[in-house]
Design a protein around this ligand. Structure first.
Ligand code: MN
Length: 267
């Protein structure tokens, strides 16, 4: 099985200087892997803002959506994990593009290895304000109320929020700044160790969200180290996927090993 993992492309973000170029580069990457990829995991914050109304969706991304549809039509399995920016995908994108959309995590089995995959914004110890907003954003009642407001007001508001929160770093739309990244690394370490305690068969924990490219063995806190985990013949690893604003980083599973790469277009 050949599979690809990438995250945090943030298409549509106001701070992307050349939006069409960012979209084109992503499509060119998808083109370059379509002959061999059997599964593609989009690990969250793929769009900087998205909101599906019942009969209407926001503008943009036609080439990217078209590319996903083309790859899905070829039989490539595409799984899109909701991040903290692209929360409001409902039934339009999955049905229209023929992809799977996941809110939370899944455990994937490929070639006898097990992968826990999730964006990573909702795990570990979160600030109370962040937790409340996450709940608010996912509340069916709030979504109904939000949908009832004309998009001419909500969409510009959401874009402003998304770029403002990035500057202040205090809201869920925020990009992690470095001190924040430390806390988030602690969160994913803790979450991974706890999951491993429950299920020692997980080989890889794959996260987005941090905009850092990292790979290291799951650090097991002493109090949560289980005998089962200790007896394992191989160490479980944490992989943080980086981002597509500068690094264009991704992970590739080739059936035997997982490797990290940066996409560079051929001249
Ligand atoms: Mn994120």
């Amino acid at each position: 099985m050949i599979a690809y993992f990438l995250s945090d492309t943030h298409l549509g973000a106001s701070y992307i200087k050349n939006p069409h170029e960012a979209e084109r580069r992503l499509c060119s990457f998808l083109d370059s892997i379509k002959e061999e990829a059997e599964a593609i995991f989009l690990v969250g914050d793929i769009l900087d803002y998205w909101y599906e109304y019942r009969y209407v969706v926001p503008r943009g991304y036609v080439r990217f959506f078209g590319k996903l549809a083309e790859l899905a039509d070829r039989g490539i399995r595409i799984v899109w994990y909701i991040g903290n920016h692209d929360i409001w995908i409902f039934d339009y994108l999955p049905n229209e593009l023929g992809i799977e959309v996941v809110d939370g995590y899944t455990i994937e089995e490929m070639d006898g290895r097990r992968f826990l995959v999730t964006h990573g914004d909702g795990i570990g110890r979160l600030k109370r304000s962040f937790k409340m907003l996450r709940r608010l954003f996912r509340s069916k009642t709030c979504q109904k109320m939000f949908s009832a407001i004309h998009p001419r007001w909500t969409v510009p508001f959401a874009y402003r929020w998304s770029s403002h929160s990035r500057e202040t770093g205090s809201l869920p739309g925020a990009q992690p700044t470095l001190p924040d990244a430390d806390r988030m690394l602690t969160n994913i370490n803790q979450f991974s160790a706890e999951m491993l305690e429950k299920d020692p068969t997980i080989d890889y924990f794959i996260y987005g969200h941090l905009h850092l490219l990292r790979r290291y063995p799951v650090p097991l806190a002493e109090e949560i180290t289980s005998p089962a985990a200790k007896e394992r013949d191989r160490a479980s690893e944490i992989v943080v996927l980086g981002e597509w604003l500068h690094q264009c980083s991704y992970a590739r599973w080739d059936g035997r090993s997982l490797t990290l790469h940066r996409y560079q277009e051929e001249a």
